[in-house]
Design a protein around this ligand. Structure first.
Ligand SMILES: Nc1ncnc2c1ncn2[C@@H]1O[C@H](COP(=O)(O)OP(=O)(O)OP(=O)(O)O)[C@@H](O)[C@H]1O
Length: 293
């Protein structure tokens, strides 16, 4: 196993009487993409705010890049980049000015800041807006700039809180590509999302959080297998399911199933093989009675 970028034991956090994180344990290996998946209000932002030292936990230990988030705050902060749901940019400046300023504040030279700003403006499709003040931006442009600002400096760990919420499909794909490029450079990415497809496309490991607890954890494939194997579906001419037969999905087994059922079927019977989707997993894990937050 690689070194751990994030290590969490027994993490708890309450706001007043409300228990938001209720004993979380998890580990993220260096260089991997980890997705924390959960419905609204499940505690994802609270979790990421604790990992990035913005909030102090009530109990448990959390190490980021090997540093304790309570005792070694400064070391943690210099190991991470954070994109929150509402990142801070100066509304009176243009995208270019914001990006260059962030570069200078983070210790890049004037030239490096300019080059980095140009690169991010291109990547995030902000070229047309480059000389407009941020206060005149649309929601989507603003969101892309927020992300670009948090990516000015390369750090070993990147925290992204719902990075693609509010983005159109094209910007979302651009961001996914960038996240994969970060991974290729050895960066660890810890993201939260409500989008199953996003977790499925990007993550090496997914953890589902519900009611303040991690209710399942594994690779996207392991998560799908939790809800069972593939299913052979037989439908009649009205597209109604007439039979569902579980299978391991191998050609051999599917052929055997077809041979067994063929004689009982009519000319109009249709066959399809369905994989369990992450939607099936998510719903089965978060809709258990009393667990939905
Ligand atoms: N500072 C705070 N004071 C009181 N309650 C809070 C505070 N921050 C979060 N909460 C509550 O904690 C719960 C979890 O919130 P959190 O923002 O962590 O969830 P989330 O999974 O990120 O949801 P979303 O996807 O809606 O952002 C919510 O019920 C929220 O109202």
């Amino acid at each position: 196993m690689n070194k751990l970028a994030v290590e969490v034991h027994g993490l708890r956090k309450k706001f007043g009487e409300q228990i938001v994180l209720d004993g979380i344990d998890l580990a993220v290996e260096e260089g991997k993409i980890f997705a924390l998946l959960g419905p609204n209000g499940a505690g994802k932002t609270t979790f990421i705010n604790i990992l990035s030292t913005l909030i102090t936990p009530d109990a448990g230990t959390v190490r980021v890049s090997g540093y304790d988030i309570v005792r070694n705050k400064e070391e943690v902060k210099s190991s991470i980049s954070l994109t929150g749901q509402f990142a801070a940019v100066d509304e009176m400046l243009t995208a270019e000015e914001n990006l260059r300023m962030m570069g200078r504040l983070s210790g890049l030279s004037r030239k490096e800041s300019r080059l980095r700003a140009d690169e991010l403006i291109k990547h995030f499709d902000l070229t047309n807006a480059v000389r407009k003040r941020v206060k005149a931006y649309s929601g989507g442009m603003r969101r892309r700039l927020d992300l670009a600002v948090s990516l000015v400096v390369h750090r070993p760990i990147l925290f992204l809180d719902e990075p693609t919420t509010g983005l159109d499909t094209r910007s979302r794909r651009t961001l996914w590509d960038m996240i994969l490029q970060f991974k290729a450079k050895g960066v660890t990415v810890f993201l939260t999302t409500q989008y199953l497809e996003e977790a499925d496309q990007l993550a090496d490991t997914i953890a589902v959080i519900s009611n303040g607890q991690i209710v399942a954890q594994g690779t996207p494939m392991e998560m799908k297998l939790r809800v069972g194997n593939e299913v052979v579906e037989l439908r009649n001419e009205k597209d109604e399911i007439i039979q569902e037969i579980p299978t391991n999905g191998s050609i051999h087994e599917v052929k055997q199933i077809i041979e067994e059922v063929t004689s009982a079927m009519t000319e109009s019977t249709r066959i399809s093989i369905r994989r369990p989707s992450l939607d099936d997993v998510f719903l089965s894990l978060t809709s258990e009675k009393g667990r939905v937050s």
